[in-house]
Design a protein around this ligand. Structure first.
Ligand code: HQG
Length: 186
């Protein structure tokens, strides 16, 4: 169908327009982040891509983190998390596991240990069940460090957690008292 390289190129561009800058191709997202896939294809093709519904299906199905999802009738498409644009994902609050992980770069540790985990430009702080996921997320920013988050305790204390369709845990802020830096053996 398309090469892995092309798959990644389209996927990266979809992340850009569906999470951060829909105006790049002159589309708007609705209040829940959705857009009509036909319109998305049309606009992408006006901006140097050559994609079809089959290709979009392929990218959605084969994305390594399942970043994009259709609604039930496949009349809409959106990114399942990771937005910096202000949209309401509409996930129901969920009880998280006792421990979750956040991977970041060493140079951010000092600030994180002072003020906790902030969502920065995104809409949520992103946490994972698997420590391996946190390590690879941390590596994107530099020399990785891992924080263990006492998410079970946070939940008991009234903090709200969401679980995205592609299995990323989301919350607004993690205060320092729920954080523990480092992992045995890392
Ligand atoms: C750091 C990827 C200083 C935070 C992943 C992170 C994820 C602080 C950076 C998703 C801080 C923000 C999100 C503080 C947080 N002081 N630095 N107080 N609080 N930070 O990219 O979590 O591949 O916005 O640790 O899988 O790295 O894009 O967030 O290093 O789920 O689909 O500020 O992106 O998914 O960076 O990554 P990001 P993230 P995709």
């Amino acid at each position: 169908m398309i090469s892995e390289k092309e798959n990644q190129r389209i996927s990266k561009f979809l992340s850009l327009v569906l999470r951060h800058q829909p105006e790049t191709i002159d589309i708007g997202l609705d209040e829940n982040g959705w857009v009509d896939p036909e319109l998305l294809i049309f606009k992408m093709n006006q901006h140097g891509f050559s994609i079809t519904m089959e290709i979009l299906d392929h990218v959605v199905a084969n994305n390594n983190k399942k970043r994009f999802a259709y609604n039930e009738g496949k009349t809409l498409i959106r990114a399942s998390q990771g937005h910096s644009v202000n949209i309401e994902l509409g996930y129901e609050p969920q009880k998280p596991p006792e421990i979750l992980y956040h991977g970041t770069a060493e140079r951010f540790s000092e600030s994180i240990l002072k003020i906790g985990l902030e969502k920065q430009s995104r809409q949520h702080v992103h946490l994972s069940v698997e420590v391996e996921t946190a390590i690879s997320v941390g590596k994107r920013h530099g020399k990785p460090v891992i924080f263990e988050v006492a998410s079970g305790e946070m939940f008991v204390d009234g903090f709200v957690f969401y679980f995205s369709e592609n299995k990323v845990w989301l919350t607004d802020h993690v205060p320092v008292r729920y954080l523990k830096q480092g992992l045995k053996g890392l």
